[in-house]
Design a protein around this ligand. Structure first.
Ligand code: 5GP
Ligand code: ZN
Length: 112
């Protein structure tokens, strides 16, 4: 989709530190990391928010790649968090679904 920064990352039009990739999902480092490991995992297809998902099969590759990133970053024993912010109250800033993979430190709960 035009004017979507994450679509541009998928298309290679703007750079990102790629971590892992599958046929339908891409993982790259968050530009402003909130934890020692902070990856964003996105469907390659443009979908703005979880509210806009029609075919939930699109999310399976996202979770599969997130779990692979966690494994490859050594987070399986220590633990990690998967977060998908959706809409205004969750402070979603980029309107292309992205799953945050956070780990490498003790994470607090509840989130702010
Ligand atoms: P949201 O609040 O929408 O869940 O999170 C958006 C995330 O995308 C933020 O953590 C922010 O640091 C990250 N981000 C925004 N623009 C870029 C970018 O151009 N490249 C990368 N790698 N991350 C970005
Ligand atoms: Zn997009």
């Amino acid at each position: 989709m035009a004017d979507c920064i994450f679509c541009k990352i998928v298309e290679g039009k703007i750079p990102a530190a790629k971590i892992a990739e599958s046929d339908h999902a891409l993982a790259f480092a968050d530009i402003n990391p909130a934890a020692p490991v902070h990856a964003l995992v996105i469907p390659k297809q443009h979908i703005a928010t979880l509210n806009d998902v029609n075919d939930w099969a699109v999310m399976a590759p996202v979770f599969e790649l997130a779990a692979r990133v966690a494994r490859e970053k050594g987070l399986v024993q220590s633990g990690w968090r998967a977060v998908i912010n959706t809409g205004r109250d969750a402070n979603q800033l980029v309107f292309h679904i992205h799953l945050h993979v956070l780990g490498g430190r003790q994470l607090s709960w509840p989130p702010g």
